[in-house]
Design a protein around this ligand. Structure first.
Ligand code: CA2
Length: 362
């Protein structure tokens, strides 16, 4: 796979000013990071940076032969119809990336004129957003999928992937990211693609987050998405997989649909909002926000229908979120594992999980 990475105006200044907004990685440093991330995924990357709208447009025209485009149009994001038109005209899947959280800055930055021409917009994840964009382009190309609405809000959607041939069951994925707007369902996509390749349908959910989510908003969306897919695919056995904050939502939602969900797999799930809020660690403000909306202090899984898998060295969600439940629930602690490798189907925890799903969905 070949991907062109296009950075627009002022991004040549990265790492020199405003490090509180854009971090301290220089453009050169960023490009070499992206090159390495690409190489790890087997993606060949090429780079262009320009401060001129016309040059950005022409670079897009010349991208006709590549398999994907990653574009951070800088401030042209908010003014340029020409860049959006150029992306639409070449018909190459483009992921828009913003280093900062454009929805939490000056109101004029929240709008992107380029977004409607792109397959995905990633924002507010720092330079790591470019790595996520590479992975998303690869996963989109791996298996065809359909994005389906299950409710009225723009985030009430999910990606449905169907296997070739016989379908062994359906897996509902709930991504993590501290219930924040900037973290979306691309994080669970690699696992969904893997399981679709093993003969399962996968329903990788989006749900309302941040100010638009809250409690019970985000959790209600997950239950609505389960109800929707049961209506669409009656009789297909269902299991769920939730990571991190998505594990929290999954535990809550699976308990509400106990008769329909055969197994909930929590990957490094958050289960104790009160402890997280008190800890002062990353996510404590997010947990407090949910508690302030009336979320329960802890979520407790359905005994016998839950498997929690947690890295012993999880630096984001301490393993105690799972081990506190180990008397009533099956908990597997993975030695030496941290938080994000849980999302990698090439790691050692994954095949045992696949085996458990197989047993639950016979
Ligand atoms: O967050 C992003 O990546 C942006 O696309 C960056 C653009 C900004 O206009 C968009 O609203 C959001 C600006 C890049 C300016 O880059 C600088 C980098 C270092 C120091 C000063 C500016």
């Amino acid at each position: 796979m070949r991907v062109l990475v296009l950075n627009g105006p002022n991004l040549n200044l990265l790492g020199t000013r405003e490090p509180d907004v854009y971090g301290d990685t220089t453009l050169e440093g960023l490009e070499s990071l992206i090159e390495g991330w690409g190489a790890d995924l087997g993606i060949e990357t090429r780079f262009i940076q320009s401060n001129h709208e016309g040059e950005v447009v022409e670079a897009i025209h010349e991208a006709d032969g590549v398999d994907g485009l990653i574009i951070n149009p800088g401030a042209l994001t908010h003014t340029s119809r020409a860049i959006g038109d150029a992306i639409s005209s070449v018909g190459v899947p483009a992921v828009e990336v913003h280093i900062s959280n454009i929805r939490q800055r000056e109101p004029w930055r929240a709008d992107s004129l380029v977004a409607p021409s792109c397959v995905r917009t990633i924002f507010g994840r720092g330079v790591g957003g470019y790595q996520d964009a590479l992975r998303h382009l690869q996963n989109r190309a791996a298996t065809p999928f359909e994005t389906i609405s299950y409710g009225p809000h723009r985030d009430n959607v999910g990606d449905l992937r169907r296997p070739d041939g016989k379908e062994s069951g359906l897996l509902v994925f709930i991504h993590g990211g501290l219930w924040r707007q900037e973290y979306e369902r691309d994080s669970t996509e690699t696992l969904a693609v893997d399981l679709t390749g093993r003969g399962y349908s996968t329903w990788n959910l989006e749900y309302r987050r941040g100010r638009e989510g809250g409690w019970p908003g985000s959790a209600h969306d997950v239950v609505s998405a389960i109800d929707f897919i049961i209506r669409e695919m009656p009789g297909v056995p269902i299991a769920m997989i939730g990571h991190s904050a998505g594990g929290h939502l999954g535990i809550w939602a699976s308990a509400r649909r106990e008769d329909d969900v055969r197994l909930l797999v929590g990957l490094a799930p958050i289960t104790d909002l009160a402890a997280l809020a008190k800890s002062g660690a990353l996510g404590s403000g997010d947990a407090q926000r949910l508690l302030d909306c009336g979320a329960p202090a802890t979520v407790d899984p359905v005994a016998g229908k839950t498997l929690l898998v947690h890295g012993e060295d999880d630096e984001i969600v301490p393993v105690s979120h799972s081990t506190r439940l180990s008397t009533a629930t099956r908990v597997e602690v993975v030695p030496g594992m941290s938080h994000f490798p849980m999302l990698d189907p090439n790691r050692e925890h994954w095949l045992p999980i696949v085996a458990e799903l197989g047993k639950a969905l016979v």
